[in-house]
Design a protein around this ligand. Structure first.
Ligand code: MG
Length: 385
């Protein structure tokens, strides 16, 4: 029986993870669950999966829910401290990090211990702390297995291959809802249009990131750290059907791809069973039914967020952290309808340009730059928009 903790169990990845676990009850059990605000759902999940403890990150509502968790005999911790404590506990075999945003970095670092597997859906962990996280995993003998469908696809294509035989990694991107929209029309994009992703049903932050293609930019950075290749060997192709999840080209010109219906339960289960597989009854891909899969080059002038992500990775140091933090804040502002869609890349670019230094000493230092980038975006929004 493998013991699993899910950080962020009430979001899209968290719910899908619990669905996977519920289908494999003889193999996996739930040790810990954490949630930020959706506490009714957390309580339901606790009743169904009987974790040892849960964490409510938003401390404002702890008192309201305390008696209910007490009644079902589940220990209740609270706040970011509770999250850090749970992520550091060693009575778990697999930690699924499904947190959204830079807040996911410290829990990942805490979870790195000998013999522990981290199934990573929080891309910011690697965008910010890629160097540190990869080094610590190696040193501690912990495994980092991606949940992101593109990285799961790459991992599957790379199984049994040698790093020196890789010519390039090709990440696929759906192109989001505005693939065919003229850049001049980006000014008029509404929140509702941006939240309407053509293929995937995800949380609001990642859905907006998919519409700007920042999501793909963050995934390029994630791939850079996960697979240890130089940046010139990581490329993006637009594939609107989201059936080919990513591809690897090898030095002999051969290309391997991983395909499947867009269903996150497949890469989640694979992150649990890797390098083996488990039989599952998820809906199957019928290629004859699809008939046509199409591909096109991404337009980096139109989707400036993707271009900025490549530039930030090239620059290295604190730049990816600034890219990520400024984007998180800009997306929040867009979600609360305080800025326009086309102002997201403007704010990110402005934050990147405002930073004078490039190197950092440690994680605290790095998180200071994260804070500075957030303040920059908020100040800029107040002063000029
Ligand atoms: Mg993805």
């Amino acid at each position: 029986m493998k013991r699993i903790s899910i950080l962020g169990s009430t979001g899209s990845i968290g719910k899908n993870s619990l669905d996977v676990v519920s289908r494999q009850k003889e193999r996996y059990c739930i040790a810990y669950l954490t949630a930020n605000r959706n506490l009714e759902r957390l309580l339901e999940q606790a009743k169904r999966f009987h974790p040892k403890a849960v964490v409510i990150i938003d401390t404002n509502r702890v008192a309201e829910f305390k008696p209910q968790f007490q009644q079902i005999g589940v220990e209740l911790l609270s706040g970011f401290e509770g999250l850090l404590e749970i992520s550091a506990r060693d009575d778990v075999d697999i930690v699924i990090n499904a947190l959204v945003g830079a807040v996911g970095l410290r829990p990942t670092l805490n979870a790195i211990k000998p013999g522990c597997r981290i199934a990573l859906a929080n891309k910011e962990t690697l965008v910010l702390g890629g160097e540190l996280v990869m080094a610590r995993c190696k040193e501690q003998g912990a495994e980092l297995v991606p949940i992101d469908s593109e990285h799961s696809a790459l991992l599957q294509c790379l199984l049994g291959e040698r790093t020196e035989d890789i010519e390039q990694l090709i990440l696929t991107a759906s192109g989001g809802p505005f693939r065919k929209k003229a850049v001049e029309e980006f000014r008029e994009v509404t929140l509702g249009e941006a939240l309407n992703h053509p293929n995937w049903n995800m949380g609001p932050k990642i859905t907006i990131d998919s519409a700007t293609l920042m999501n793909k930019g963050l995934e390029v950075i994630e791939a850079f750290w996960l697979f240890g290749l130089e940046l010139s060997k990581i490329n993006v192709v637009i594939h609107p059907q989201s059936i080919v999840h990513s591809l690897v080209e090898f030095v002999d010109g051969s290309v391997k791809a991983q395909l499947g219906l867009p269903d996150m339960r497949v890469p989640i289960q694979y992150a649990l069973t890797y390098p083996k597989r488990l039989s599952a009854t998820f809906p199957r891909l019928d290629l004859a039914e699809w008939q046509k899969l199409t591909f096109e080059a991404p337009d980096l002038e139109k989707f400036r967020c993707l271009k900025l992500a490549f530039a930030a990775l090239e620059q290295g140091g604190v730049a990816p952290a600034i890219l990520n933090a400024s984007n998180e804040e800009a997306v929040n502002l867009f979600l609360s309808e305080r800025i326009r869609f086309d102002q997201i890349p403007e704010l990110v670019e402005s934050a990147l340009n405002s930073c004078e230094t490039n190197s950092y000493h440690d994680i605290d230092d790095l998180l200071q730059y994260d804070q500075m980038a957030r303040s920059h975006v908020i100040d800029k929004c107040k002063s000029s928009f």
